[in-house]
Design a protein. Structure first.
Length: 202
């Protein structure tokens, strides 16, 4: 199994508009950041101090963590510089590539925004059924989990999806979370298809 896939570097100096760059050494080991950037002509002049990854102090001040800002197409450190290159920005993850090869679509939601993903509500309903009916042993779980997943009505899954779309629309409109306007836009209950919707008071 190949550790790293080859990448295509855009370069106007080449007749084909770019060239293929291998990310592994002849012995099969992956190349480091310095080697990859040097091959692309992006590594700073010799003697210049260049960090591999910018770091910031944690809230406690006792440790450091990667600076998320340096990965926003920056050039402050080796990792940020490499991440800003078009061939790396356009590279699909192994999981995404496998899903696309299987003929499915891939939709990425913003990080830590579970409320925007309707599958979270579906899993929540399945977990609730499992908790209420579980005997808290492995044998009962093996029976209950398939039941729980199959027991969520399709109509309810559809409602979960519609709710996430309303949440996205609220955020895109600049509505503040948990405000009365947010509740009005998101927490709507329909009495029937012939009546006007009303906001649920929470």
């Amino acid at each position: 199994m190949k550790i790293m896939y080859d990448t295509y570097v855009l370069d106007d100096k080449h007749a084909d508009g770019g060239y293929v760059q291998s990310l592994v050494l002849p012995d099969g080991r992956p190349k480091g950041l310095k080697i990859v950037l040097r091959e692309c002509g992006l590594w700073p002049m010799s003697g210049q101090h260049f960090l591999t990854q910018c770091s910031i102090k944690s809230r406690s001040g006792k440790s450091t963590k990667p600076n998320p800002r340096c990965l926003n197409r920056g050039s402050c450190c080796a990792r940020a510089l490499l991440a800003s290159q078009p061939d790396f920005r356009n590279q699909k993850s192994q999981v995404e590539a496998a899903i696309l090869d299987a003929g499915h679509d891939v939709i990425f939601y913003p990080a830590f925004q579970c409320e925007l993903n309707f599958i979270e509500y579906f899993w929540g309903a399945a977990k609730r059924y499992t908790r209420e009916n579980c005997a808290y042993d492995f044998e009962s779980l093996k029976k209950l989990v398939p039941e729980a997943l199959a027991g969520v009505p399709k109509q309810l899954i559809w409602k979960y999806w519609v709710r996430t779309q309303r949440i996205i629309e609220a955020y895109q409109s600049g509505v503040i979370y948990a405000s009365p306007e947010y509740d009005h836009l998101v927490s709507r209950r329909y009495a029937s298809h012939r009546r006007i919707s009303e906001a649920v008071q929470t």
